[in-house]
Design a protein. Structure first.
Lengths: 292, 300, 253
């Protein structure tokens, strides 16, 4: 009975071949993805490592490639991201707390939620245009660090809100009910129970959002425009540049040495990103273990 | 008695204030959307006072920085679509193939290593991709296409495709993992081969999520800025030849922003009219995506 | 080997990971009859029937030794075509699992993957299967509707029809009524008795009354070992093993 007839044996073979083809195609797909990443990183390292030295980190850009460095952009990035963190974290967490703990289930709340989801899909350059029209022009902040930070805040706010909401949702209902049963007010429960429990998740989400921000060039170009910056910002109203813009500038210059500088800048940027992501993952792992 | 009363009132006031503060944060997000629309429309309306809408949508040349000035958005829109199509031809098969591999073929341990590595592709800043496109991909492709110019649509499109892979693969994989194991077992119990289970049961059941990932990839590609600004060029034109230099909407906005056109000039206002077009395009794509996803959604 | 044995299990051992789930099972199951597989939770009933269509192999870390002969052929031999085996041995699951497709496409899925392409033939197969599963009269006018629109009992009968559509010889049912109400259960029990006229039916159940109602033979498993096998009448009225007696009288399980 199990002995298969000739025609169905042939069918069996055809089916097996089809199965093999699908598997191979999928395998090729994933290999392409991984290999592309490898080539990308190798290329950046090969081009950039020769130009990466201490002098590179402490110099300003220059017409002469040997003397050029990323100092202005590095500090500009730190200023913008730092200011963004200070503004966006409370705003994002506050919004998430409101939506999860306070908001009634009505049309307005659904609208706000839907709106946030939509904002997450808006291209970053549109945020740059927004910042240009609103912060630089209308609020007359000029092309300053503050305008850049405010723009960046609006850009990453949806990400922080969504991540914080997830963190808040993961706090078990049982904890809240226990607190309410003792006669606590909503804010007492939120501040005493929910916030501490959700805090690591919120922090992780924010750091990841900020690490995205530090790599964003498009919105900052719209705000900062000027690309040849030979100074470090000393206040929030100063002009500035950030690392992605500096890299962009160098890569756009025709001389091959500047390509090398661009690659070196990329390595610095990737190092900062790696650092930030590692901190975020470390926090997440450390507090996930404790929750167990 | 009175002491309790006073404490209770103070607590109530405090609770009320806190709630209003938190509500104010939430309103910031609504404000953002209104501000985007406001800024874009405000300046764009001024723009359209000087340039007719008809010319904007039907003229086939975009030369605001040259004399004679033409303000036809078609070349920018078309070039954006061209690059997006190229990106999708990379991202869709590779992303979907990776998703199927990770969800249906890879053993758990392999998946736990490979999936985060693939995610790294999503974390690389787009300037790095732009650099890669210009300094590696273009010279590499010029070996095969000697007539290819340094700035071209193909390199930018291919690299953009690589950047989008994790978007397609992650969401599709999540959709496939959500398909209950009992469906697969039912199919295996009927004597199905693995690829039949995958292609006839898992993928159709996960279609809603898979299509959603495609739509997300499209809207991401349309809005992408740095790769095209670095590697695609600054000459908008209506062409189907990907080896030529082109300019997307986002590429143009970058170019004009760097040029520091004086505030209030017509050239400056093009930022907003192009920006508005871009915003609407992305919005329409996202809405189509939501509609399509709902239509294909299989409940289980 | 006696010719009235359809499924001959010899020295069957199954490990799921480190867990030795089935220990040296030896039994001969008869054709054209309903055999109930009984025992307390965790005794290996599901693993046992999944060994007959080799579905255990879908589980990572599973290992099987021993032989199972169906009509004299060892299904664990290297030459066995596992896909053909699964066509010959149909399975209905405890967790009712119609595909998220139309009623028609659910039943037609099996024949389609095994090579039937003509729409006319598929129509015939679908009707025959649905009739055999006692579902045709309830769905004949809405075959294109989603299977998920059916009630629980109807969905389970649909799964039976789906299994019948590929012309099996053996039908395995894993606690098919555990999610159903008494009325739906009664329908399926009647269906099983009818199916036994044509097929070999093996049903896993933890419901003793159901086993007594429905089956001709009973296998009693305890902690992975086969404790007793015989006609249902004799196992229930005259159990040979003390363990069986304890289980039947409800002392445990």
């Amino acid at each position: 009975m199990m002995v298969t007839r000739k025609s169905s044996r042939k069918r069996s073979v055809v089916r097996k071949v089809k199965g093999g083809i699908l598997y191979s195609l999928c395998l090729i797909g994933i290999i392409i993805g991984l290999v592309s990443l490898a080539i990308l990183l190798y290329d950046a390292f090969a081009d950039g490592l020769p130009w990466l030295d201490f002098q590179f980190l402490i110099s300003f850009p220059s017409r002469f490639p040997e003397q050029a460095g990323i100092l202005a952009a590095l500090f500009g990035s730190i200023w913008v991201v730092g200011l963004t963190a200070i503004i966006s974290f409370p705003l994002g967490v506050g919004t998430a707390l409101y939506l999860e703990e306070y908001a009634p289930q009505n049309r307005l709340t659904s609208f706000i939620q839907l709106n946030i989801a939509n904002l997450a899909g808006v291209p970053s350059i549109v945020y740059g245009i927004l910042g240009l029209g609103l912060f630089v022009e209308a609020l007359a902040l000029g092309r300053s660090v503050l305008a850049g930070a405010l723009t960046m805040t609006l850009l990453i706010l949806p990400v922080i809100i969504i991540a914080s909401q997830e963190a808040i949702r993961s706090v078990p209902r049982a904890y809240r009910e226990g607190a309410y049963a003792l006669g606590a007010t909503r804010w007492q429960v939120t501040r005493g129970i929910v916030l501490p429990q959700a805090f690591p998740g919120m922090l992780t989400g924010t750091i990841l959002a900020l690490s995205r921000a530090i790599g964003e060039a498009a919105p900052m170009i719209a705000i900062a425009a000027l690309v040849y910056v030979r100074f470090v910002p000393t206040g929030p109203l100063d002009r500035f540049t950030v690392m992605p813009i500096q890299i962009f500038n160098w890569v756009s210059l025709p001389q091959p040495e500047f390509r090398g500088l661009a690659a070196a800048g990329i390595l610095v940027l990737l190092a900062v990103l790696l650092g930030m992501n590692s901190i975020a993952i470390f926090i997440r792992n450390r507090y996930q273990k404790r929750a167990r | 008695m009175h002491a309790f009363g006073a404490r209770k009132r103070a607590r109530h006031v405090r609770e009320w204030i806190i709630e209003k503060l938190l509500f104010a944060s939430a309103i910031v997000s609504v404000f953002t959307t209104l501000a985007i629309l406001g800024v874009l429309l405000f300046e764009a309306i001024d723009f359209f006072k000087q340039v007719s809408i008809l010319e904007f949508f039907t003229e086939t040349r975009w030369t605001p920085l040259f004399k004679p000035q033409h303000f036809g958005i078609l070349p920018l829109v078309w070039d954006t679509i061209l690059v997006t199509i190229i990106a999708l031809t990379v991202a869709v098969p590779v992303g979907l193939g990776s998703a199927i591999f990770l969800s249906e073929y890879a053993p758990d341990r392999l998946r736990r290593i490979v999936k985060p590595v693939l995610e790294i592709l999503a974390g690389v800043p787009t300037v790095v991709y732009g650099y890669f496109a210009l300094t590696f991909v273009t010279p590499f492709l010029q070996n095969f296409f000697p007539e290819m110019i340094v700035f071209n649509a193909l390199s930018a499109g291919l690299v953009m495709g690589v950047m989008i892979i994790p978007m397609v693969s992650s969401l599709s994989e999540d959709a496939m993992l959500a398909v209950p194991q009992s469906f697969r077992e039912g199919a295996y119990a009927l004597g199905a081969h693995k690829h039949e289970v995958v292609l006839r049961i898992v993928v159709p059941s996960a279609l809603s999520g898979i299509v959603a990932s495609f739509i997300l990839a499209i809207s991401r590609a349309i809005g992408e800025t740095m790769i095209v600004s670095i590697a695609a060029g600054s000459t908008p034109k209506l062409t189907i030849n990907p080896l030529e230099s082109i300019q997307t909407m986002t590429g143009y906005i970058t170019q004009i922003s760097l040029g520091e056109a004086p505030f209030g000039s017509l050239e400056y206002r093009t930022i907003f009219s192009v920006g508005l077009t871009l915003f609407i395009m992305v919005l329409v794509v996202n809405l189509i995506g939501q509609w399509v996803a709902r239509r294909y959604w299989k409940r289980y | 080997m006696p010719s009235d044995v359809k499924i001959d299990v010899r020295g069957l051992n199954v490990w799921l990971g480190d867990n030795h789930v089935l220990k040296n099972i030896e039994v001969g199951l008869k054709p054209n009859a309903v055999t109930a597989v009984m025992g307390p939770s965790g005794c290996g009933k599901t693993t046992f029937i999944r060994a007959i269509n080799r579905l255990n192999e879908l589980i990572e870390g599973s290992r099987t030794t021993g032989e199972i002969y169906i009509d004299g052929e060892n299904i664990y031999s290297k030459e066995t075509n596992i896909y053909e085996l699964r066509r010959r041995v149909g399975m209905v699951f405890q967790k009712i699992n119609p595909f998220p497709k139309s009623i028609f496409d659910n039943v037609a899925f099996g024949p389609r993957i095994h090579g039937v392409e003509s729409e006319e033939e598929l129509q015939k197969i679908v009707e025959r299967s649905l009739r055999e599963a006692a579902l045709w009269d309830e769905v004949y006018d809405r075959l294109k509707d989603s299977a998920l629109d059916l009630s629980g009992g109807q969905q389970q009968r649909l799964c039976i029809a789906r299994a019948l559509a590929v012309n099996p010889e053996i039908i395995l049912l894993d606690e098919p009524c555990s999610a159903l109400d008494p009325a739906a259960t009664a329908k399926i029990e009647a269906l099983m008795r009818k199916l036994a006229e044509k097929y070999t039916v093996i049903i896993v159940t933890h419901n003793m009354q159901q086993a007594a109602r429905v089956s001709d033979f009973t296998v009693f498993l305890y902690l992975g070992e086969l404790v007793e096998y015989g006609s249902t009448k004799s196992v229930f009225e005259n159990p040979k093993s003390e363990l069986t007696e304890k289980y039947i009288t409800g002392e445990f399980g």
